[in-house]
Design a protein around this ligand. Structure first.
Ligand code: NAD
Ligand code: SER
Length: 318
């Protein structure tokens, strides 16, 4: 596998929940000018737009991606543009087009421009038949279209690695909890919304049942895991490199609400499940990240208690 050609980094979907934090971390590492943020939309005042180069880029435009990479000397692409589960299930055709089509575009550009690619997967690759503590090798039979697109994304990344030598890597992110940008329309959004509602209204109407338990992670840990994987030597990575389960937290919606109640006097939460309950029920409660842990040595810093403290501090001071 040959080295990527340029030193610069391109991020697609950079205005989203993960992109907002990842761009900041990448710019701290590589310098502002070396990290190009891109998205299909513009957002004046957004830190990804203001803090360094920003370009409008539709991930379905393979030639556009190749042109930017060649003209700007890009060697690595973090491909974050996608539709998340709740939005995706509302428009399955669009979800397939953007999630699968966008990944093909990025991989084609990577083949032509010799790029190293980070393309995230999700715990949504698992379906109701996976063990509730899902192992790396558990069957991937999702019942959401979003989950299907993530299984397909892993298969495509594996194919471009095997057939064309493209250096592809990915993590099956759990639900990510952060405060710098709002979540983009996923099933795990309740675990972010609850903090904003608690501080603003003292009350939250949660769209999953109290006992709903899902794998979760604080954003700083997700960014750290991502950069650790991308820094890892190629020969340390095994067959799971396009979709690693990583060590993460697991808590129920009620446990999260209780942790917030302990810190905000009078906070109340009611549970009124909607269609997103079905998606949550089809995913595992927790995941086994031992393969990632052994191949590139990573573990999270934040537990439920420190995550709640950090979210309340971050929202209050922003
Ligand atoms: P997000 O919805 O917050 O952001 C996605 C961004 O992609 C948005 O800014 C949107 O404008 C952009 N976009 C949409 N269509 C586009 C197109 N055609 N061209 C270019 N940009 C386009 O999503 P996120 O939470 O930042 O997720 C990023 C990636 O991580 C996705 O692949 C998602 O499936 C995966 N992931 C996220 C989570 C999570 O909890 N946030 C969990 C598991 C996996
Ligand atoms: N957090 C994401 C979602 O809920 C999981 O991929 O869609």
């Amino acid at each position: 596998m040959s080295d990527a050609t340029g030193d610069k980094v391109l991020v697609t979907g950079a205005l989203g929940q993960i992109g907002t934090d990842l761009i900041q971390a990448l710019r701290e590492r590589h310098g502002n000018e070396s990290v190009i943020a891109s998205d299909i939309r513009e957002s004046a005042g957004h830190p990804s737009v203001e803090g360094g180069p920003f370009m409008i880029l539709d991930v379905l435009d393979t030639d556009g991606i190749s042109r930017i990479c060649q003209n700007e000397g890009v060697g690595t692409i973090y491909h974050l543009a996608a539709l998340l589960s709740a939005v995706g299930e509302r428009d399955p055709d669009l979800c397939r087009r953007i999630n699968v089509g966008g990944t093909i575009s990025v991989l084609e550009a990577a083949k032509v421009c010799n790029l190293k690619v980070y393309s995230p997967s999700s715990i949504a690759v698992f379906g109701p038949d996976s063990p509730k503590h899902a192992t790396q090798g558990a069957a991937l039979n999702p019942t959401t279209v979003y989950g299907e697109t993530k299984v397909m994304g892993e298969a495509l990344a594996r194919e471009y690695l095997g057939r064309f030598g493209v250096d592809t890597r990915g993590i099956r992110y759990p639900g990510l909890i952060s405060y710098k940008a709002p979540p983009g329309g996923g099933t795990t959004d309740y675990a972010v919304e609850i903090f904003h509602a608690a501080l603003k209204e003292g009350h939250y109407e949660c769209f999953v049942r109290p006992e709903t338990r899902l794998p979760m992670l604080y954003m700083d840990d997700a960014i750290d895991a991502t950069l650790t994987l991308m820094d890892s030597s190629d020969d340390s990575l095994g067959d799971s490199r396009v979709g690693y389960n990583i060590p993460c937290l697991s808590f129920s919606a009620e446990e999260l609400a209780n942790a917030i109640s302990e810190r905000i006097e009078g906070f109340t939460c009611v549970f009124v499940p909607d269609v997103r309950q079905e998606y949550a029920d089809s995913w595992p409660d927790s995941i086994d990240g031992s393969v990632a842990e052994s191949e590139w040595i990573w573990s999270p810093d934040f537990d439920l208690s420190s995550l709640v403290d950090e979210m309340l501090r971050g929202i209050s001071s922003s």
